[in-house]
Design a protein around this ligand. Structure first.
Ligand SMILES: Nc1ncnc2c1ncn2[C@@H]1O[C@H](COP(=O)(O)OP(=O)(O)OP(=O)(O)O)[C@@H](O)[C@H]1O
Length: 445
């Protein structure tokens, strides 16, 4: 059984924004999955959905199986326990996610006291251990967040996420706003913790290079869907979906001075999730689009060894049939990827089969599992709930501590009047807390 098995996950915000549209992902214990994509493609929404931290009124469908147990169908009490011991989240921007008027040690100790039912002395001891585990002296427990550097604060956030020995850590842009040296330290720290403790890691970033250097597998999202998934190094070095190729080619490479003077950004913007184009959502920006791409949205399909791609041009038989922007270091052979799969290039090539009807387009690798296909095509109505609707599986309780706090879901952290994420108005207000609906996220006053 996988540590995490996400099946046909859909998320639609109250205003009608379909932010996640049928995502299937799997993660084994001790493995690291990176999720990449441009701003607005649904990465954070996906992360929040995994622990039901979305705002009230958000419709969530599909299944999120954590050790085989569906997080989306859990009762509130169970969910609360799972949010710490099962999985926890490290959000971006530690300064915004820590409570500025509480000592960091107290913030780390809070979930230990609550969920581990530790004595105050036991929680203090555990806090010291956690700080040392993330490379800070135990004495820093007495510090307030403003007395720490950005990197130290992010270490505190990671210590909080580890407080209850979770099986899964979700890190949403954990190194954003850190300088490259500190970023590297934090990434190595996360890698070490994952290896030592055999937890699963989902790391979210817009930076494919960071993910490729840290994760085992990579999923590239576009307009709420995964468009490519496979071994991290392969997806980074030889992406097959035109969007993933463009994302990868947009990054300058060390040892490739030409790329510094010839940036390869992708023109245009991602589509508005409330008004998606017909057919393939990447079509308006795709340099190799076919007329038929306007008709049907391709599902994630087999694209050769251990790879899945959602593009009508890319099949198991033609695994690299097209791509927008070969990198300079691969251009000598026509822009194809390095890994001997052939093809590629700046535009459609004759004879790659792109014009032919693609038998893989209408299928997914999950075809053998009817639950996957059904969930991807349309959310399972049994699962789709609106936070405002009565749901017998989700009875809110009134004795909850305020789970809006901070970093690790449901835990310690910023008070509404002081803290986190104020810079992101989309996050709105979290309705979590006593008697509140469950699809909530941490407070962002
Ligand atoms: N609370 C919300 N209410 C309504 N729409 C939202 C909300 N949060 C996000 N969205 C919309 O959902 C879509 C996906 O947003 P999301 O934050 O998940 O993207 P992202 O890939 O994580 O972007 P970024 O890298 O900028 O954080 C966007 O169109 C966004 O505007």
């Amino acid at each position: 059984m996988s540590l995490l098995d996400v099946r046909g996950l859909t998320v639609t915000y109250a205003g009608g924004t379909a932010a996640v549209r049928g995502v299937d992902l799997r993660l084994e214990a001790g493995r690291k999955l990176g999720i990449a994509g441009e701003s607005g493609c649904g990465k954070s929404t996906l992360a929040l959905a995994l622990l039901r931290l979305l705002p009230a009124g958000t419709r969530v469908g599909g299944e999120v199986l954590l050790d085989g147990e569906d997080v989306l169908a859990m009762k509130w009490g169970r969910l609360r326990a799972v949010r710490w011991a099962g999985a926890s989240i490290v959000f971006q921007g530690a300064m915004h996610s820590l409570n500025p008027v509480r000592r960091v040690g107290d913030q780390i100790a809070e979930p230990v006291l609550l969920h581990r039912r530790a004595t105050p002395a036991g929680a203090r001891k555990r806090t010291g251990e956690l700080l040392e585990q993330v490379g800070l002296p135990a004495a820093r427990a007495a510090a307030y967040p403003h007395e720490l550097s950005g990197g130290q604060r992010q270490r505190v956030m990671i210590a909080m996420a580890l407080a209850c020995d979770p099986r899964l850590i979700i890190a949403d842009e954990p190194t954003t706003a850190l300088d490259v040296m500190v970023q590297a330290q934090i990434l190595r720290l996360i890698e070490r913790l994952v290896a030592d403790q055999d937890v699963g890691l989902i790391m979210i970033s817009h930076d494919l290079a960071v993910l490729a250097g840290t994760c085992d597998r990579l999923a590239v999202m576009y307009a709420g869907r995964v468009v490519e998934e496979g071994p991290a190094g392969d997806v980074y070095e030889a992406a097959r979906h035109p969007y993933a190729r463009a994302l990868s080619a947009a990054l300058p490479r060390i040892g490739d001075p030409a790329s510094r003077f010839e940036p390869r950004g992708l023109p245009g913007d991602p589509p508005d999730p409330a008004a998606l184009p017909s057919g393939c959502t990447f079509r308006p920006r795709c340099p190799v689009a076919l007329d038929s791409c306007a008709e049907e949205e391709p599902l994630l399909g087999d694209a050769g060894a251990d790879r899945r791609v959602a593009c009508v041009r890319v099949t198991a038989e033609n695994p690299t049939a097209g791509g927008p922007a070969p990198r300079p270091d691969t251009a000598a052979d026509g822009g194809g990827p390095r890994h001997g799969t052939g093809g590629g290039g700046a535009g459609p090539r004759p004879g790659t089969g792109g014009e032919e009807p693609n038998p893989h387009q209408a299928t997914t690798t999950d075809d053998s599992d009817p639950r996957h296909g059904a969930a991807t095509a349309a959310p399972d109505p049994r699962r789709s709930t609106t936070a405002g609707e009565p749901n017998p599986h989700r009875t809110p309780t009134t004795d909850e501590p305020d789970p809006r706090h901070g970093t690790a879901a449901g835990g310690t952290a910023p008070r509404p009047d002081t803290a986190a994420g104020a810079s992101d108005p989309r996050r709105g207000t979290a309705a979590d807390g006593p008697g509140a609906p469950e699809e909530t996220r941490p407070s962002t006053p």
